[in-house]
Design a protein around this ligand. Structure first.
Ligand code: SF4
Length: 138
């Protein structure tokens, strides 16, 4: 699969199914400690870097296959996940496909944008946002 990996064991999340909607090293930071290496696409521009339909098709397949083996569905991966413009749609789809909690691992730098806030703060949904040790759940 191109956009899904795992389930992988995570110290914080148990078994996590990873969804990666961002091309390799596309980020708005260049952290020197980044485990992915040097940022090659430094951008603040939010767009659908890959077709949403393709990502959703893989999500449907992977969640169905792993539903009983996972603790979390996690949006993370090769760059900053909030750079994916329709992240909200992907999260809502994940919540439709599974009752497992969804986590977004983000550097938090775009949270000042209302559109990004609306993607992540979903009333009545079990969501976690991780920025290092920071966690919100409702
Ligand atoms: S914010 Fe995350 S993905 Fe981006 S450079 Fe820093 S550690 Fe890497």
């Amino acid at each position: 699969m191109k956009y899904i990996y795992g389930p992988v064991p995570s110290r914080r999340l148990g078994y996590s199914l990873g969804i990666d909607p961002i091309p390799s090293k596309t980020c708005n930071y260049q952290c020197i400690y980044c485990q992915l290496g040097r940022t090659t696409n430094l951008t603040n521009f939010r767009e659908n870097y890959y077709p949403k339909k393709e990502i959703i098709a893989e999500m449907e397949q992977a969640i169905k296959l792993n539903e009983n083996n996972i603790d979390y569905i996690t949006f993370v991966g090769s760059g900053e996940p909030t750079l994916y413009k329709d992240l909200k749609d992907l999260i809502l789809k994940a919540k439709e496909l599974s009752e497992k909690p969804v986590c977004v691992i983000t550097n938090g730098s775009l949270l000042y944008q209302e559109e990004v806030q609306r993607s992540l703060i979903l009333k009545g949904k079990n969501m976690s946002i991780f920025d290092k040790e920071y966690k919100i759940e409702d």
